[in-house]
Design a protein around this ligand. Sequence first.
Ligand code: PA5
Length: 444
Amino acid sequence: MNNIRVNINDALGAVSEKAIESMASEVRESVNTLMEGTGAGNDFLGWVRLPVDTPDALLDDINATAERLRTECEVVVVIGIGGSYLGAKAVLEALGNPFSVYDNALKPQIVFAGHNIGEDYLYELQSYLKGKKFGIIVISKSGTTTEPAIAFRLLKAQLEEAEGREAAARHIVAVTDAKRGALRTLADEEGYTTYVIEDSVGGRFSVLSPVGLLPIAVGGYDIKALMEGARERQKAILSGADKSAEVYATTRNALYRSGKKIEILVNYNPRLHYFAEWWKQLYGESEGKDHRGIFPAAVDFSTDLHSMGQWIQDGERTIFETVISVENVDHEVRIPTDEANLDGLNFLAGKRVDEVNKMAELGTRLAHVDGGVPNILITIDSICERTLGSLIYFFEASCGISGYLLGVNPFNQPGVEAYKRNMFALLAKPGYEEETAAIRERVR
Ligand code: PA5
């Protein structure tokens, strides 16, 4: 259970240990509110016990469906937005080889759609799929979200045209509400294989449900190990044996209260880029409300040291960093000796690339702390299914605790409706007649 360690020593310059200790009773209350389900949004706590409550039979069933798609499809398109795609994308990218997309022998390729309204994106995707055997996993809890609905309408029509309606239905899997929504109705009518997103599991907390598990299994990864990691973390946190989630939640809130309004999640491993995107949604949508909340940002180092490094080192001192440090990488690459040594790199000859990366990490952390950027260090043993499951649960639990510490309902997202109302009014959606007239007047 030692695959995640949280170290707050380098945050203690900005907030004293005393300040953190003084939050102890508040933290206890937030933890109890979450665990006992007595707080705002308590009808969305299904994720808390999801790892332990998920039966192996469901994982076997998901694996069987994934195997069917893997065998019968060259490409599988995962359609979804927000919590309905980011978790799967994060895990697939973390476990995958970034160059496999160029390897036509590797099947199936997994591509995403419905997470934007890019006409060129959809045109190019449709062109790419022409003549290929493809399947669709369409994921929408509400079943009515515009972006995935448009993508699904297009790709379903393309698949049906290519294979016929009946055969197409075999290659479409829907993950949606048990009873409600347009997608549920269609899936039942067409006889698609379906998986349920429980009412009590919100989108951004759903990666450990079929929402994330099915695409991850299609990628050929071990969803049982992923869930095992999450189960271990769930048991440790819920029993009180593991305080790491509390420590992270408390420290980031103490920093926020001291004026550090922006948290930058830092990785030194390009595999974690989308993990940070998932984290941004988890914390941004959970905490940014009532005109409060830490702004979650993310950078990939050392890449972004050449773009954002200057700002972080020297810009406004309203930021703190949370570094995800990966102890062990999977492969070994050593830097060769070069006789001419024109680049002057022979002092690194024989060293592993990861050793250089680790020194970049340490050097940067020290420089940023010296420059007034407090640092929370989260060390993980490696990037594998078990650790990712554990890390996902760790961040979800911290997020719930942190939201209650902040004094918001971490499980709703009323703010995301505003753009939808305007968009529907501008597009003259039936039922929006008054808003359409008003908005047209405004933008005339
Ligand atoms: O976390 C959330 O609830 C949201 O980000 C949703 O996941 C996102 O809006 C997609 O919703 P749906 O799955 O209903 O299409």
